[in-house]
Design a protein around this ligand. Structure first.
Ligand SMILES: O=C(O)CCC(=O)C(=O)O
Length: 291
């Protein structure tokens, strides 16, 4: 089984999206940037997720259909805690803007996916646009950055992707227990021409991927936690027709990269607007579950 090949190292002072990175993104649907966030920045982020009441107050558990739960906390706007600074900082926003290349982007939502040791559930094969499409977004002009909080390996349920699958366009999805899943016959057919690759990552690595890339992750049967912070951006020109549980166009209040390490707000989540269990159930009933 392959590993990702479009891999770059973050360089502190001169990092930018190069023509090679852009070509990789267009051809493969992703790039992996090693060390986008350093240890100091990641330790600062961990304080938000580990020492505040974010998980206990806002965490939701979704059945993965195999006896385990996928666990998620999801919010609409970035806010001004450390996770918000990450979502608003230049190195993330510029990279997403340049890779997508569709003009101004805005924060569509952020989420913590906390896959705990032995108990963390699977994410079934899907495209993010497979369900975001149902949020009245006309174009697949969205990008996600997956930031590894813990080491992500095959044994603790790292992301698995089908590079190049974004070129298939949006494929049909259906509800499987409580998750939206791409139709399995089509996934198996696409795997033959877009072979599966594992996104093994170190803490601070960031995977930028297009919203039509097919991806999944397996359950965590290992003794090692696998938490990840995912930030989704939509384009201003693709503002949803119908307001819903993710953000309408809202300009990003940009901050310099230094704001991530300097931020000392770990507990004030003013403005984030968390998805509640009630809203989540409603989405599920309309076939639009966020996982
Ligand atoms: O974190 C994971 O393992 C998968 C997350 C994912 O696929 C998603 O949120 O769309």
């Amino acid at each position: 089984m392959a590993e990702l090949t479009a891999v770059y190292d973050f360089t502190e002072n001169d990092f930018r999206v190069t023509p090679d990175m852009k070509k990789n993104f267009d051809d493969e649907g992703y790039i992996l940037v090693r060390g986008l966030f350093n240890d100091k920045e990641m330790n600062n982020l961990r304080k938000v997720f580990e020492q505040s009441d974010l998980v206990s107050q806002h965490g939701l558990h979704v059945d993965d259909g195999a006896g385990k739960k996928t666990k998620i906390a999801l919010w609409t706007h970035p806010g001004s805690d450390v996770s918000g600074m990450m979502a608003r900082c230049d190195k993330v926003v510029n990279t997403c803007t340049d890779l997508l290349d569709k003009g101004e982007i805005y924060h569509y939502h952020g989420k913590l996916l906390y896959k705990d040791a032995f108990t963390g559930g699977a994410h079934l094969w899907h495209q993010d646009y497979g369900y975001w499409y149902r949020n009245s977004l006309n174009f697949p002009d969205l990008i996600t950055v997956f930031i590894a909080i813990d080491k992500c390996t095959r044994t603790n349920g790292c992301l698995q992707v089908l590079p190049g699958s974004h070129k298939c366009g949006r494929v049909d999805h259906e509800m499987v227990t409580e998750q939206m899943s791409a139709v399995s016959e089509r996934v198996e057919a696409i795997k033959k021409v877009c072979p599966l690759a594992y996104a093994e990552m170190e803490p601070g690595d960031a995977l930028f991927f297009h919203c039509n890339v097919l991806h999944c992750s397996s359950a965590n049967d290992s003794p090692n936690r696998r938490w990840a912070y995912l930030i989704a951006y939509n384009t201003k020109d693709n503002n949803p027709i119908v307001p819903h549980h993710h953000a309408q166009y809202t300009p990003i209040q940009r901050v310099p990269n230094s704001a991530v390490a300097e931020c000392t707000n770990y507990t004030d989540f003013t403005g984030k607007e968390f998805l509640t269990g009630h809203e989540s159930k409603e989405k599920s009933q309309s076939g639009n579950r966020e996982t």
